[in-house]
Design a protein around this ligand. Sequence first.
Ligand code: G6P
Ligand code: MG
Length: 218
Amino acid sequence: PIKACLFDLDGVLVDTAVYHFKAWRQLAQSLGIDFTEHDNERLKGVSRVRSLEIILEIGGKTLPQEQILALCEQKNSEYLLDVAKMTPEEILPGVVDFLQALKAEGLKIALGSASKNAQLILERTQLLPYFEAIIDGRHVVNGKPDPEVFLKGAEALGVLPEECVVFEDALAGVEAAKNGGMLCVGVGQPEVLTLADIVVKDLTEMSVERLHSLAQKG
Ligand code: G6P
Ligand code: MG
């Protein structure tokens, strides 16, 4: 039986991708790198440092580690200016209804995100009270597709991996869920999230019934 749901943040609960893109693009420009919206897809689910490494790869540049860290700090300061202005209106469709339905059925809820700003974003959007555990970029050593973030989430909730369903919009995140032995609902396009057990457009397509039928199928 399913006992818990583990949610990715960016792209599943809130759409922060536009703010990440804005801040990365500004930084890329200052380095003379043309960073496009198409390139931005590659940064989904990927840590901050790894994101900058990908941008540098795109621009054919290398930088010393200390400068990489300084630039990451700079990007994050820009990003936080937008996060500070976030409101509950930026929660994606279907999210609040589904979280409330899970709570009503006694299912456990945790966050599994690569972001070091996860807690702040949950506070800004007033989603924090729904989460019994928050595992994010501050708690993990190995980023997605390593399953660490979700395994730690299951452990914090006191449930087994096979009792969890993960919600993910990034390919690396779906891989992380499957690597952890969990069921996974992809949020986005079926052509991209091929490893997910099912794919939905957004959480308006989810219900507690559909969640339980997932486990019966598998
Ligand atoms: C999420 C986003 C990524 C972002 C990462 C780290 O996984 O999808 O685009 O790079 O979090 O976010 P942070 O807020 O720590 O820079
Ligand atoms: Mg995501």
